[in-house]
Design a protein around this ligand. Structure first.
Ligand code: BTN
Length: 324
């Protein structure tokens, strides 16, 4: 029953806004036309809007708002990103499934997404809180033809894509905190975790994981990060449609990635610096050897933090404790 319904959705989705005849559907599924009609009524109860026109057939005119492979595919404005989507209601971490899927040999642009992660991974082995249906927990599998040392640029690119989509879709004022946290009003809304499988001079694949707090309410944010984290809902007072947000991110990512592949890093750097948190401000920097104040002036080609010291010299910082 369930699988007939999924096949039905697949057949209707594949033909986009064209009508599919009841005869064709009943032959494909090997069930009667009245059984097809009953399935359609059931789909409508689940939030699908289906138009049935005599002598033409059926077409889906609206998908439900929930996230699934089918609902994400419908209306997705990309050429290659997300042509294959693997959706799970619950998973340990989408990163792990992305690695497995990549190692089995999937296409460039495969997307792994979950409603909930039980062992969400953050940077530096931190836990990433990913509660059910409250955010976007998604990993992209990419096979970029760039040397492995340039992979950090993809993380910076991803940060600019998220900042642009948040700004245009939710009308917020996002900032990218070096290297790649997305903040709104000084609190973290999204984080990016990039992992890579590479040989010395060739990338096999990259997994870009993004975690976005979308409809999380203040009381759902764990105590230990409550004053550092936020969500799109907390900042705007609105619940956001996850499916629409994901589709916009995928479309913007595809465009940004293609521009990066043809024009290289300069456009990414420019956008990153446009959204850069505290660019032009004084930072307190602490490394193993020294601690000092300097002015944050931008990012380097390798994603390093560029600072200007008080003697006028420009320095690249790769890892340090920074007081923001
Ligand atoms: C960070 O620490 O800022 C990075 C957080 C990355 C979280 C995302 S959610 C989707 C993907 N799966 C994971 O387990 N982590 C990344």
């Amino acid at each position: 029953m369930e699988s007939n319904r999924n096949k039905l959705i697949e057949l209707l989705s594949a033909s986009r806004d064209k009508y599919v005849s009841g005869q064709f559907l009943s032959e494909k599924l090997d069930i009667s036309r009245s059984a097809i009609w009953k399935h359609m009524r059931e789909l409508e109860k689940d939030g699908y809007k289906i138009e049935g026109v005599s002598r033409k057939g059926y077409r889906i005119i609206k998908f439900p708002d929930k996230v699934s492979e089918n609902t994400l595919q419908w209306g997705l404005q990309t050429q290659w990103l997300g042509k294959k989507i693997i959706h799970r209601e619950a998973i340990s971490t989408t990163q792990q499934l992305a690695h497995k899927t990549a190692q089995e040999g999937t296409n460039n642009g495969t997307v792994i997404i979950a409603d909930e992660q039980t062992e969400g991974k953050g940077r530096m082995n931190r836990h990433w809180h990913s509660s059910k249906g409250k955010g976007v927990w998604m990993s992209l599998i990419l096979k970029p033809d760039i040397p492995p040392n340039l992979a950090p640029q993809l993380t910076l690119l991803t940060a600019t894509v998220l900042a642009e989509v948040f700004s245009s879709y939710t009308n917020t004022n996002p900032k990218i905190k070096w290297p790649n946290d997305i903040l709104i009003e000084d609190r973290k809304t999204a984080g990016i975790l990039t992992e890579m499988q590479a040989e010395q001079d060739q990338i096999q694949y990259v997994v870009i994981g993004m975690g976005i707090n979308v409809n999380t309410a203040a009381e759902e944010i764990p105590d230990d990060i409550r004053n550092k984290a936020t969500s799109l809902r907390m900042e705007t007072g609105e619940n956001w449609n996850l499916k629409d947000l994901i589709q916009r991110i995928l479309a913007a990512f595809e465009t940004g990635y293609e521009t990066y592949m043809t024009d290289g890093f300069p456009p990414v750097k420019q956008k990153w610096e446009h959204y850069g948190y505290k660019i032009g401000e004084r930072l307190f920097i602490k490394t193993l050897r020294k601690e000092w104040y300097a002015t944050f002036i931008g990012i380097g080609e390798d994603g390093a933090l560029l600072i200007q010291n008080d003697d006028g010299g420009v320095e690249k910082i790769y890892s340090a404790e920074i007081e923001w």
